[in-house]
Design a binder for this molecule. Structure first.
Ligand SMILES: Cc1ncc(COP(=O)(O)O)c(C=O)c1O
Length: 403
């Protein structure tokens, strides 16, 4: 292998320096930004229209077309998308919403902010997605909705979940933060439930810096979400300063400041246009990792379920201390020493003190999520990685585990 300065370098030998030389830290999740994004942002800046405007409308249309959905509303984050979807359901205090402990805190916080009570059910230990049987068993007379999270880009068992939801007429809000390209039985994630919520955060498969989208098949839901995302002001209030002349707006309820801006959409439009080559690049990296780590003492991601498309958002390995000879946290530190950025997705939700205090949840009550959360490490999987970056990640993992 050659380093960036052109010198020959042997990786993976104990006693040698870090796999990546100092000053060459590989940032976890750095996005692939092209010239088209840069030019579009500059054009927006020069146009004088930086806020919510025509580029947001175009990004919504493009996303809707990509997904084959009926309505798409762009918002400031997936957290906002989840919150507004819950509000559109008009949940009441005491209503229960079932979700997974293997998710980012935003999924659970959105339920709390909508005034409902989150109920966790453990994951399937292989897919790391919510277990439909456990979800069925957790239904009470107060249950109103289920929030499946397509973890790492792997589709949840949607047939089973929809069947569980149908038995009690429960709403389904898909958390698709990892699942832009995910499909299940030929259908795209985010179009199964009442709402599909997406993230365009910097590390996601399509990025806008910060950003999100709600998909829904119901026009009334889309209209209400749009209004709630902009202070509760009447439809198209964002046009109030346009060249069509000043328009009065009316506040119809107390809303939020959750709108996406044209600066963000300018990035998203071009990210979305490159979604397939970016997916293909991540798929190649995924394959290289699977082959390279095959004989290492790690648990690798399970094979993709038949009849699904994986979004390849997170490549997670489980570091079991007994098998690997070092703890997960020691592995994280050792990778950092090798100048490779790594992530943890996620410590299970009940590990966090707030939820323990508020709901009495304990990690051991969700043993599969606890075990995964305490062993998991996410390796870099961005389409921005070149072959040398990927080789460096492989060399670092191999070196750390073979020492
Ligand atoms: C599963 C999941 N849900 C929700 C979110 C929240 O997304 P955002 O950062 O766009 O609010 C994230 C972000 O990492 C996530 O991973």
């Amino acid at each position: 292998m050659r380093d960036r300065e052109g010198g020959a370098r042997v990786s993976g030998r104990a006693g040698s320096g870090p796999v990546r030389p100092a000053g060459r830290f590989l940032v976890f999740g750095a996005p692939a930004i092209g010239d088209a994004e840069v030019a579009e942002v500059v054009a927006s800046l020069r146009s004088g229209w930086l806020g919510t405007g025509p580029k947001v409308a175009r990004f919504e249309d493009d996303f809707k077309t990509y997904k084959g959905a009926e309505h798409a509303v762009a918002v400031s984050s997936c957290t906002a998308a989840l919150h507004l979807s819950m509000l559109a359901l008009r949940l009441r205090p005491g209503d229960e919403v079932i979700t997974t402990p293997m998710t980012f805190c935003a999924t659970v916080n959105a339920i709390i902010h909508a005034g409902a009570t989150p109920v966790l059910v453990d994951i399937d230990p292989v897919t790391m997605n919510i277990d439909p049987q456990r979800a069925a068993a957790a239904i009470t007379p107060s249950t109103r909705a289920i929030v499946p999270v397509h973890f790492a880009g792997r589709s949840c068992a949607m047939d089973e979940l929809l069947e569980v939801a149908a038995t009690r007429d429960l709403a389904v809000i898909e958390d698709c933060a990892h699942a832009i390209e995910t499909e299940y039985a030929g259908r795209k994630a985010g179009t199964f439930g009442d709402f599909g919520c997406f993230s365009f955060y910097v590390t996601k498969n399509v990025v806008t810096g910060e950003g999100g989208m709600v998909l829904t098949s119901r026009e009334d839901h889309a209209a209400r979400i749009k209004i709630l995302a902009l202070h509760g002001m009447s439809k198209d209030a964002w046009k109030r300063f346009s060249d069509e002349g000043y328009r009065h707006y009316f506040v119809t309820e107390a809303g939020y400041k959750y709108n996406m801006t044209d600066l963000q959409a300018a990035i998203g439009i071009h990210q979305l246009a490159r979604i397939e080559p970016n997916w293909e690049r991540r798929r190649q990296i995924w394959q290289r990792y699977l082959e390279a780590f095959d004989d290492l003492p790690l648990t690798l991601p399970a094979p993709t379920s038949p009849n699904t498309r994986h979004a390849y958002h997170l490549f997670t390995v489980l570091v079991d201390e007994e098998r690997a000879g070092l703890s997960r946290d020691a592995f994280l530190d050792a990778m950092t020493t090798e100048n490779i950025g790594v992530g943890v997705h996620y410590m299970s939700i009940p590990e966090h003190p707030f939820y323990q205090e508020r709901f009495g949840w304990q990690p051991q009550d969700y043993p599969h999520a606890m075990r995964v959360g305490r062993a998991t490490v996410s390796l870099p999987l961005s389409p921005a990685l070149n072959d040398e970056d990927v080789a460096d990640v492989i060399a670092a993992v191999t070196k750390v585990l073979r020492r």
